[in-house]
Design a binder for this molecule. Structure first.
Ligand code: MN
Length: 258
């Protein structure tokens, strides 16, 4: 089987997720598409990769047709393995999603959806992460898939600087209720999570639970605020974490240290 394709797609909801099927269908008009995705859901795995266990792949068929490759790893593993090894040549684009649930604010740090796209940018491939702001299991991905296709098509002819991906969040609204596209920045969240402490067979365990995070200093141009208000939010995300503005004063502070 030749795994070459114009577009590599992945996700963190797993290879059987409806959002991935909608994405594959929507992007098929832009070129050949290869799906390489986790065999089971790996939401909130961030940019983790698998070091201590082997990765196995399996060909997945749907309705008698080859759908893609499942990987016993994380979203970042899928993209890394595909770009390093499975694909003879780099694709023109990596697209991750469409996630069920938004990936905005501080949550982008935990997001496997965003990490899969970020892995693409590490290889120098233009990359896009896409999420639908819905929590309904039966969510309709049609409109989010349409927007994802439009942004993907735009990216094929408009290269971004190296190391920058686009993070797309689409409201779960009918097309005529969408207010437009807003280019946003990442909100900072204050989490109101807590761990429920439970007891089973004499042993304590902890289960993460809690309410929605609170946006610190809300503003209309923040990703989660924009998508909650009904805008399609698109954020350019980089992975250079250096705080350049702080380097001179720290340089001074540590100058005499040896
Ligand atoms: Mn997910």
């Amino acid at each position: 089987m030749d795994y070459q394709a114009d577009i590599l797609i992945s996700n963190d909801d797993g290879i059987h997720a409806p959002g991935l099927q909608a994405l594959k269908k929507a992007l098929s008009g832009l070129g050949s598409v290869l799906v390489v995705a986790p065999d089971v859901e790996k939401s909130a795995f961030g940019h983790g990769i698998t070091l201590m266990t082997p990765l196995r792949t399996a060909e997945v068929f749907k309705d008698g047709e080859f759908f893609g490759l499942s990987v016993t790893g994380t979203p970042a593993d899928c993209v890394k393995l595909a770009l390093h090894t499975l694909m003879p040549k780099l694709p023109k684009l990596v697209v991750s999603g469409i996630n069920l649930g938004p990936n905005a604010g501080t949550n982008v740090l935990y997001s496997g959806t965003v990490a899969a796209a970020r892995e693409g940018t590490i290889f120098g491939v233009p990359s896009l992460a896409a999420s639908l702001r819905s929590f309904q299991k039966e969510a309709d991905f049609y409109l989010a898939a349409e927007y994802t296709r439009r942004f993907a098509e735009w990216m094929l002819s408009h290269p971004l600087p190296p190391g920058v991906l686009l993070n797309l969040n689409v409201p779960a609204l009918p097309a005529d209720k969408i207010l437009g596209v807003k280019v946003t920045r990442v909100a900072r969240y204050r989490y109101r999570d807590r761990y429920e402490i439970r007891l089973e067979r004499g042993r304590t365990y902890y289960w993460l639970t809690g309410e929605d995070a609170e946006v610190i200093d809300p503003a209309p141009d923040l990703d989660s605020v924009a998508v909650d208000a009904g805008f399609v939010s698109v954020t350019p995300l980089g992975y250079d974490l250096t705080q350049e503005a702080l380097r001179p004063s720290l340089e001074t502070a540590f100058k005499t240290w040896k």
